[in-house]
Design a protein around this ligand. Structure first.
Ligand code: B12
Length: 212
């Protein structure tokens, strides 16, 4: 029986080498060994995606490899997500979550949604490319407390500001929280957002604070 470190290393390697079969077997093995889904994501699959991001930034790999790695990550996430659903009794609040308009990156959003569900939040995942108006409508329909938006590009970061403006124009009923590679605490403060987190590991604390 492999130890925890090896199981997490296999999950990381699966994403780094865009190995779909390994992503499936390693994630299942880690889960079967009793490692918490959020740890498998944070210390295994997610670490692999970090490597991919760094290698892409250094032009060592190109978009097809990134897409392939994203698929491997997706296979692992799909295995873990059902295990992270919160029990209705522990529901802490409702979050509508999307990647902002013009932006199709959704791995980070998916990780965050899984983390929040695991902590007992009800999460409406609106997918990628979500307009400010769609965020508001979804929040209205689902009685949400928080609107959460991911942006991975400097060009789409600006849409987070549009979401804050839309929330204010709508009566300011919802808290807003944002994240994604180009986003920062300073940026969120400057646009009047309620919260920021640089990673999925801290998002539960942030969301709990916002609904509290
Ligand atoms: C994977 C990836 C892709 C995949 C996306 C697959 C998918 N289904 O999501 C594909 C190949 C499709 C892709 C496409 C493109 N990409 Co791309 N992509 C990446 C890459 C390599 C990794 C992103 C990722 O998934 N990271 C892993 C996840 C787990 O991390 P994360 O997203 O940062 O999320 C974590 C935190 O940020 C935080 N978080 C995220 N969201 C939120 C939200 C809230 C509320 C909170 C609290 C926290 C939070 O928690 C998450 C979990 O820990 C990045 C490089 C990088 N270093 O980020 C480039 C990158 C983001 N891409 C980039 C570009 C330019 C593009 C394209 C325009 C390329 C092209 N020429 O076509 C297109 C985008 C088209 C569009 N309209 O959106 C640029 C953006 C540059 C910029 N600064 O503007 C980057 C930075 C690469 C680069 N250095 O040039 N990409």
């Amino acid at each position: 029986m492999s130890d925890k470190k090896e199981l997490l290393a296999a999950c990381k390697k699966a994403v780094e080498t865009w190995d779909i079969a390994l992503a499936k077997s390693a994630t299942e093995a880690a889960s079967k060994a009793g490692i918490e889904p959020k740890e498998i994501i944070a210390e295994g699959l997610g670490r692999g995606m970090e490597t991919i991001g760094d290698r892409f930034d250094r032009a060592e790999i190109y978009l097809p490899q990134v897409v392939a790695a994203s698929k491997a990550m997706g296979v692992g996430l799909n295995i873990l997500m059902p295990k992270m659903e919160g029990k209705p009794s522990s529901m802490k609040g409702t979050v509508v979550f999307g990647t902002v308009e013009g932006d199709i990156h959704e791995i980070g959003k998916n990780v965050c949604c899984a983390m929040l569900r695991g902590a007992g939040f009800t999460v409406m995942d609106l997918g990628p490319d979500v307009s400010p108006q769609t965020f508001i409508e979804a929040a209205e329909e689902n009685g949400a407390q928080i609107i959460a938006g991911s942006a991975l590009m400097t060009t789409t970061l600006e849409v987070q500001r549009d979401v804050v403006v839309a929330v204010k124009e709508n009566g300011g009923k919802y808290k807003t929280m944002f994240g994604g590679a180009p986003c920062s605490q300073e940026w969120c403060d400057s646009i009047g957002a309620d919260g920021y987190s640089s990673n999925g590991a801290e998002i539960n604390e942030l969301a709990t604070r916002l609904v509290g």
